[in-house]
Every structure is written in structure tokens, then in C-alpha cells.
Design a protein around this ligand. Structure first.
Ligand SMILES: [Cu+2]
Length: 146
């Protein structure tokens, strides 16, 4: 009976929060934009500085507890949403114009962005580019490029 209750609780919590891959994270960790805020108007090229607290940055392929590397999601739905949302949480992030990987452990990038509105979100990924068991994600911000 106790086991059944635990299972029910597990299922419940899985539906309430994003569930990522298998690599544990520090659920208190935070990833954030250091130099940009939602609603900012900027000029291209745009430098984006990535902040991380509660965990460490390590290059892709590094199996070290409580580390990961940055990913920048550009002009797409929030992590876990959209057509491939479930797959990207379980199997990892694609690499294309909308998903930039910083597998070298970089903590900033300078982007050429077309004029207009763009959405940005930071996602920490494990050694294999999969979001952690408790995904560490920033808020989605919208910036306007003049
Ligand atoms: Cu990656």
C-alpha cells in the first residue's frame, strides 16, 4: 500500500513539473541572462551573457556531478513545449539555428539578429546535451532588435 502511494505521488509530481533526462541537477540551481531583460531593445550584434548559480559549467562530454553546458534557444517555444517538446527533454536538444550549444563551456555569445522581436531562453544540458532530471532553464525573454 505504501509503495502504491509512493508511485502515485511520483506520477503526480512528474505531471506537475518538467521532467528531463536522467542526470541529477541541483534543483535550486538557476540559469539566467546577465545583461538582458525581458522587453529590452538592443542593436545587432547582440552580446548575450549567460549566468549560472548553484551548479558549474563544464564542456560537453564531461561527466561531473552538478555541471552542465549552456544552450540558447532562439525564436521557438519554451523548453518542453512545441512538437518535439517531450523528445528534447528525454533525448536532448537539436543543434540548429534555433538551438545553439556551448559545448566548450562558453558563457557568452555575440549574435547577429535580424531587426524585430526575438525570444531567448537558456537551458543547461548534461554531458550528452540532455536537460537535467530537474531541468535548469531560464525564463523566456523577448527582446527587440532595432
Ligand atoms: Cu549541448
Amino acid at each position: 500500500m505504501k509503495a502504491l502511494f509512493a508511485l502515485a505521488a511520483l506520477c503526480l509530481s512528474a505531471t506537475l513539473a518538467l521532467a528531463g533526462g536522467e542526470t541529477p541537477s541541483n534543483p535550486e540551481a538557476k540559469v539566467y541572462f546577465v545583461n538582458l531583460a525581458d522587453g529590452d531593445t538592443v542593436q545587432s550584434p547582440v552580446t548575450v551573457v549567460f549566468g549560472l548559480s548553484g551548479m558549474g559549467v563544464a564542456p560537453a562530454g564531461t561527466e561531473k556531478e552538478n555541471t552542465g553546458h549552456h544552450h540558447l534557444l532562439i525564436d521557438r517555444p519554451p523548453l518542453g513545449e512545441g512538437e518535439d517538446g517531450a523528445d528534447e527533454l528525454a533525448y536532448g536538444l537539436p543543434s540548429d539555428d534555433n538551438h545553439l550549444h556551448f559545448g566548450g563551456g562558453q558563457t557568452e555569445v555575440t549574435l547577429d539578429l535580424a531587426p524585430g522581436e526575438h525570444t531567448l531562453q537558456l537551458v543547461l544540458g548534461d554531458a550528452g546535451h540532455v536537460p537535467h532530471a530537474t531541468p535548469i532553464v531560464s525564463e523566456v525573454i523577448t527582446i527587440t532588435v532595432e
